[in-house]
Write a protein that binds this ligand. Structure first.
Ligand SMILES: [Zn+2]
Ligand SMILES: [Zn+2]
Length: 135
């Protein structure tokens, strides 16, 4: 499936091919902090299909507790997380942030990972009362 994505301010735009069956919801604490939210939803795209259409993301190299380094790309203007790759100039895959994809409504997560660090309340908010707009 072809997807197109952009950061919030629109400087960074990209496209790629993804498999909707590979959408993950990650509950790890790094994803909680790096998104400023309570989990991240991401999908891998083969590097051969990833094309940066505009902008030049900045890169933050994250070192996990395990020592593994990953390059996290974000818009230098608005800070939106765009993608992450292995710590190499020739990555095999780009992990795209589903919230930035125009097709995100059709990309529900197919599995949850790092469930041990999941915030319990974040796994089901369907019982939280809904109000329109900002209360
Ligand atoms: Zn931006
Ligand atoms: Zn994570």
């Amino acid at each position: 499936m072809k997807v197109t994505g952009r950061c919030h301010c629109g400087q960074v735009r990209y496209e790629a091919e993804i498999d909707p069956a590979k959408v993950n919801l990650c509950n790890c604490t790094d994803c909680q902090m790096l998104t400023g939210s309570v989990f991240r939803v991401a999908v891998p795209a083969p590097a051969a299909t990833y094309r940066l259409l505009s902008g030049q993301p900045r890169v933050y190299v994250k070192t996990a507790d395990s020592g593994t380094k990953r390059r996290h790309s974000f818009c230098p203007n608005c800070g939106t997380p765009v993608s992450a790759t292995a710590d190499t100039d020739k990555p095999e895959t780009y992990s795209l942030r589903v919230g930035c994809l125009d097709q995100r409504a059709q990309l529900p997560p197919r599995r949850r990972i790092w469930c041990k660090s999941a915030l319990g309340w974040a796994q089901d908010v369907s019982g939280v009362p809904g109000v329109e707009g900002q209360p």
